[in-house]
Write a protein that binds this ligand. Structure first.
Ligand SMILES: Nc1ncnc2c1ncn2[C@@H]1O[C@H](COP(=O)(O)OP(=O)(O)OP(=O)(O)O)[C@@H](O)[C@H]1O
Ligand SMILES: [Mg+2]
Length: 258
């Protein structure tokens, strides 16, 4: 039941549910963390679903990185999508105190929320074609994926300059208020063969997000054991082990269902 939708784009600040919908594939566009209920037709027991939904709805996972691993069809992508709608809701309804002048500001309609949804496999393919492009070949160099380590770092650099002015949509994304760190939904971690190059590419993206105190929400059909065997040690630790004030959580549906 894999979701192979490859579209990724930063959520834009027009209307918040519209923004969430825009970056969700059509089959998950109905998801809204505020109305999500357990679904009796999947193997995940209703009470367990209730717990997993509640922790998203109550904000217990806000700012946390989280990895949902479990068998196919257990509702992992629905939960990751629910987190996405919550973050879009929070980012679009909240104001933030501008640390440069102390005024309360709101995101303008032209703001691109730093919330992204990426299919890991597709992202790596696109990054690989860009990175390994042979200069001098007949075809033009393909573009970098819409979200890449550089673009995530630029959010931070512009934020540091303290330039909070109006930005036409055609320009770079407006600066990122530090209270609104990037959110990356990383789907289908199991769908690529983890060569060293691919893991490093993904690591670059993940590090860029973590450097801005961002959160990464990922889903995988691999068991915890498979994840630790197939990926380098550091990769798994980066996903689920808390470090400093960065909270990371594992929701292992394999163990919860057994
Ligand atoms: N709370 C819910 N309400 C309604 N439908 C749900 C709910 N949870 C899951 N579903 C439906 O059940 C199916 C499986 O859910 P989902 O795609 O999230 O599973 P998954 O764990 O991500 O599977 P895979 O590992 O194959 O990607 C989907 O059709 C989804 O729409
Ligand atoms: Mg899924």
């Amino acid at each position: 039941m894999g979701d192979t939708y490859s579209f990724y784009e930063a959520a834009e600040g027009y209307s918040y549910m519209g923004a969430a919908v825009k970056i969700l594939p059509p089959t998950y566009r109905w998801v809204d963390y505020r109305t999500l209920k357990p679904y009796p037709d999947i193997i995940t027991p209703v009470a367990l679903q209730q717990g997993l939904i509640s922790e998203v709805r109550n904000g217990e996972l806000d700012g946390h990185s989280i990895l949902y691993c479990g068998p196919s069809g257990t509702g992992k992508t629905v939960l990751a999508s629910a987190i996405l709608t919550r973050m879009v809701h929070l980012y679009s309804s909240g104001g933030y105190v501008d640390k440069y002048d102390g005024n309360l500001r709101h995101f303008g309609g032209d703001y691109q929320y730093p919330i992204y949804r990426v299919n890991a496999d597709h992202w790596i393919d696109e990054f690989e074609s860009w990175k390994l492009y042979q200069f001098g070949s007949d075809t033009p160099r393909p573009p970098q994926p819409g979200i890449n380590p550089q673009s995530v770092c630029q959010l931070l650099q512009t934020a540091k300059k303290g330039d909070w002015g109006y930005h036409p949509p055609s320009m770079l994304p407006p600066p990122l208020p530090p209270e609104y760190p990037p959110v990356l939904i990383l789907e289908e971690l199991d769908k690529f063969s983890p060569s060293d190059f691919k893991c490093r590419a993904l690591e670059g993206l993940m590090n860029a997000v973590f450097e801005q105190r961002g959160m990464i929400v990922s889903t995988s059909n691999y068991t915890k054991d498979q994840l630790t065997k197939r990926f380098p040690d550091w990769f798994y630790r980066r996903l689920v082990e808390s470090s400093g004030d960065h909270k990371r959580r594992l929701r292992d549906l394999y163990s919860m269902l057994s």
